[in-house]
Design a protein around this ligand. Structure first.
Ligand SMILES: Nc1nc2c(c(=O)[nH]1)N[C@H]1C(S)=C(S)[C@@H](COP(=O)(O)OP(=O)(O)OC[C@H]3O[C@@H](n4cnc5c(N)ncnc54)[C@H](O)[C@@H]3O)O[C@H]1N2
Ligand code: MOO
Length: 392
């Protein structure tokens, strides 16, 4: 059995960044931008008024009476210039007329016909946004997963389409004679395939395109047929059949098909029978069948593989810190990812593992919002001890 860290390094070595495609900005949310985007112009492209009021030249002290010689609005520049004793009616976002060095807000003037008088105690701020105040032409936005705010910045940069990494296609294959799909009529000795739905949602939320393949029954021929259907994917994920029982066929069948195995079995709980490798050139992850095991392994290995295929920096899960809210006993010889609940604390949040940690308990997993990480071989720890966790 290898460590979780070693297993993560080996699955990431299987996952190379995919090629790029161009998408219009309106379809780029959440996508992995894979090359810098460069601003085509300054923003604002001209010195602009930040307020509604009057653009003036020179001192224009309180009590000054000025003649209004024109108007500038957003999208409608004033072609002339402002001189001493003059003002231009101006609105927020309008280009500042030549000669102007200040905008007096309209609340600070008395207007009568085509003249204004600056009121006493008028604000002396310039109320001008200089050209290029936000960014300059040639400024670049570095590659990243695009958030809504990034899209607004790209649009302001006049970038209409962005290069993004292609979405990895993830083929999900549930295995087992006992499984039927939700809504079907199970025999008394059957159960409903459940974890595939969490895995699909997790993969899609991370930026992959997930495909649910037909459930593979427990025969070599059927598993081989479904694995063959998946060979055009970027990543093959099997669920179940990973352990040592007579009906656990994944290792044997994938091996017969030419799997180059990267590892099998890790010192982790849940998730011990995890397997990874490359099947005819396609990265493959063999998840254990127990629902919680497969979902925990997805957080630890599947999502980092997707992030690596998207070319995102730092694909490994990043633990956070919390304070134990209760005593915990010594841990065994596998790193334990305990389903746990967080509560706000004075500094760090408090974390409490659930009493029941069986890897079949979806009802506990759904109440959990964290995986408390208990390092392998760690001794008992008292309440108040600072620990690592992964958010769920
Ligand atoms: N003699 C040993 N037995 C087991 C060992 C071991 O080391 N020696 N390891 C145990 C551990 S740990 C795990 S985890 C499981 C993993 O087994 P498999 O990956 O072979 O999974 P299955 O046997 O196919 O299924 C386990 C369990 O999960 C249910 N299952 C499977 N797929 C789904 C699905 N898509 N949705 C919902 N539930 C699913 C299945 O019915 C079983 O109940 O092996 C232990 N045994
Ligand atoms: O390691 Mo298994 O994944 O306990 O259930």
């Amino acid at each position: 059995m290898i460590s979780v860290e070693e297993a993560l390094a080996r699955v990431l070595a299987l996952a190379a960044p995919l090629g790029a495609e161009s998408v219009p900005l309106a379809r780029a949310a959440g996508r992995a931008m894979c090359a810098p985007a460069v601003a085509g112009r300054d923003q604002p492209p001209f010195a602009a008024s930040a307020m509604d009021g009057y653009a003036v030249a020179g001192d224009a002290p309180e009590g000054a009476s000025l003649s209004v010689v024109g108007m500038a609005a957003a999208g409608h520049a004033f072609a002339g210039a402002v001189g001493p004793g003059q003002a231009v009616r101006i609105f927020t976002g309008a280009p500042l007329p030549a000669g102007a060095n200040r905008v007096v807000i309209q609340e600070d003037v008395l207007a009568a016909g085509d003249r204004i008088t600056i009121r006493a105690n008028a604000d002396t701020g310039t109320n001008i946004r200089p050209q290029g105040q936000d960014f300059r032409a040639g400024a670049s936005l570095s590659p990243r997963r695009l958030r809504p705010n990034d899209l607004a910045l790209l649009a302001a940069m006049n970038v209409a389409a962005v290069p993004v990494t292609r979405r990895p296609v993830v083929a999900l294959i549930a295995t087992g004679d006992e499984l039927v799909m939700p809504g079907e009529d199970p025999r008394p000795d059957q159960i409903i395939a459940s974890n595939t739905f969490a895995l699909k949602a997790l993969a899609e939320a991370e930026g992959a395109e997930a495909r649910l393949l037909p459930i593979a029954r427990d025969t070599g021929a059927e598993l081989e047929a479904v694995l063959t259907l998946a060979l055009d994917a970027d990543l093959i994920v099997t669920i179940g059949g990973a352990s040592v029982g007579d009906h656990d066929l994944v290792e044997r069948v994938a091996g017969k098909m030419g799997l180059e195995r990267a590892f099998y079995k890790i010192a982790m709980r849940p998730g011990k029978p995890l397997m990874a490798g490359r099947l005819r050139g396609v990265p493959m992850l063999g998840l254990p069948g127990n629902p919680v095991s497969s979902i925990v392994c997805a957080h630890l290995f599947l999502l980092p593989m997707i992030r690596a295929m998207l070319g995102l920096a730092g694909p490994a899960p990043v633990p956070r810190r919390a304070t134990l809210a209760c005593d915990v006993p010594a841990n065994g010889p596998r790193t334990h990812y305990m389903r746990a609940r967080l509560a706000p604390g004075d500094g760090l949040p408090g974390i409490t593992p659930f009493d029941r940690q069986d890897s079949a308990l979806l009802s506990i997993l759904t109440e959990a919002d964290a995986l408390l990480i208990r390092p392998l071989g760690d001794g008992p720890r008292p309440a108040g001890h600072v620990v690592d966790y992964l958010p769920l």
